[in-house]
Design a protein around this ligand. Structure first.
Ligand code: AOY
Length: 473
């Protein structure tokens, strides 16, 4: 290598697709402005919870991001990668370095983070603020579109919350919802950065997590002191290392080492039903009943709805239960269940449905969700896309759009856009249409113009969920 190389992610010029290195030469003659927007073109859920742009702005875009060293590195990589150093827009980057001190001459507007917006609406717009930098807007697409990920996790997590509120309303206590879905997903994501962003997105809706990176993410980028909570809990190694014949001792040790508060114990190492009947509901029953806190039993194998109902039936028989005002059984208050195996959006509905059918309140259970929360989703889950909708060339503004005959689902919007509220509904219209624009300029010329805290994001998301739930009734 001839030059020195930056750490992954630290050279903004390299956070793009290869073909975009060549796009500066491809716009019409005398193009001075490129205006593009980001939307969900539909998907699994009819609304999305917008979250995560602020991380990308702070981590990758704010401040001095263009330097001679970064230009040299990008030029060298482009030359070796594309086979011709002239394909790289060196003079364009040098212009940003020299005229803007390396700060990006771009304006980015977005709906406030935490807002719940129906699909097919504009969420982000971007445009260059210097006519020489028409090529910069879509150079940033690659990075800006990555907001699909935290937004899709936040959207899924919000919809799980909505599902739980339905069951809790029918069978138990809705005030328990914040701890009903615990993030188990750190090991199942493709990167530490995804754990931070995705885990952070889940914590917009809930307060339980084992993904420690999400705490760092929200502390560093959303000013949260402590956004998520967990409890002491066993894993199979800490139980099975005692030997098959000593499972009860391993479980008793959990009560000794954690004498108060909530503690969770994975209990399927050998036989979940025997463990519930003979250990928790037998040998250790008195200790559990006298303990100052709650023991949470975790099945971790088998058909989740069947196993959970059977575990509840055994625990009910052993520890007793009461029937609540809604007519559903709630276990003796020092014993609960957490199911973290096989959980996704459909499975929690099946489990809670089976519990309800067998007379068990949703109060008895919490869920752990890993891969399906943070990794079993992609850009097409909500069909996110970033498209140019307006340009200025030769001093004339023109609407820009695509309309492929092969798929009307891929049509894009035309013109300079705004997001308005009309008859209490978000609608995307052209800027000349009457109505207050809900989009806020969050970034301009290298400077973050508006910053959100997790507290604010959570409040807005909570209001959004209430709004969509009220609309559906
Ligand atoms: N954590 C609630 C606290 C966390 C976990 C993390 C993968 C917990 C288990 C539990 O009760 O059982 C990553 C699997 C489990």
């Amino acid at each position: 290598m001839t030059g020195k190389s930056s750490q992954l992610g630290d050279n903004l010029l390299l956070l793009t697709d290869s073909y975009k290195l060549t796009h500066w030469q491809q716009y019409p003659p005398n193009t001075t402005n490129v205006y593009s927007y980001f939307e969900s073109r539909g998907g699994k859920f009819p609304e999305v919870l917008f979250f995560g742009l602020q991380y990308f702005l702070k981590r990758y875009l704010e401040g001095i991001v263009v330097t001679s060293e970064k230009i040299d590195e990008a030029e060298e990589i482009a030359r070796l990668h594309l086979g011709d150093g002239k394909l790289f827009n060196r003079s364009g980057w040098e212009y940003i370095r020299d005229y803007y001190g390396g700060r990006l001459p771009v304006s980015i507007k977005a709906v406030p983070e935490g807002t719940v917006v129906p699909t097919h609406n504009v969420l982000i717009t971007a445009e260059n603020t210097d006519p020489n930098c028409y090529w910069l807007t879509n150079y940033l697409e690659t990075l800006l579109v990555q907001t699909w990920y935290p937004t899709t996790v936040a959207t899924l997590s919000m919809n799980m919350k909505r599902q739980f509120l339905g069951f809790l309303n029918d069978t138990g206590d809705p005030s328990l919802v914040d701890f009903k879905l615990h993030d188990f997903g750190f090991r199942g994501v493709s990167s530490v950065e995804s754990a931070g962003m995705g885990g952070g997105a889940h914590l917009v809706n809930f307060k339980g997590t084992d993904t420690v990176a999400s705490l760092v993410f929200l502390r560093n980028y959303y000013r949260a002191d402590m956004p998520g909570f967990s409890i002491p809990a066993a894993e199979h190694s800490t139980i099975t290392s005692w030997g098959r014949e000593n499972e009860a001792k391993a479980m008793e040790n959990m009560l000794v080492k954690f004498p108060k508060g909530t503690v969770a114990v994975v209990s399927d190492s050998f036989n979940i039903f025997d463990a519930c009947r003979e250990i928790w509901g037998g040998k250790l029953k008195e200790k559990v009943m006298k303990r100052d806190g709650t023991v949470v039993i975790r099945p971790d194998s088998g058909d989740p709805p069947a196993v959970v109902v059977k575990v509840l039936d055994i625990l009910g028989e052993r520890f007793g239960y009461h029937v609540n005002e809604k007519g559903y059984k709630v276990l003796f208050d020092k014993i609960r269940v957490i199911q973290g195996d096989g959980i996704d959006y459909e499975m929690t509905d099946e489990i809670l449905g089976a519990m309800k059918a067998h007379g068990w309140s949703a109060d008895n259970i919490a869920f752990g969700m890993g891969g399906a929360l943070l990794q079993k989703l992609n850009r097409d889950t909500q069909k996110f896309a970033f498209k140019c909708s307006s340009v200025v060339a030769d001093g004339v503004e023109r609407d820009v759009y695509k309309q492929p005959v092969t798929d009307p689902g891929k049509n894009s919007k035309a013109g300079r856009l705004k997001l308005i509220i009309r008859d209490s509904e978000f609608t995307t219209v052209q800027q000349r249409v009457q109505g207050d624009d809900q989009l806020v300029e969050v970034f301009r010329d290298g400077v973050i113009r508006k910053e959100y805290t997790l507290e604010e994001v959570r409040r807005r998301a909570g209001e959004g969920l209430q709004r969509v739930m009220a609309k559906a009734r």
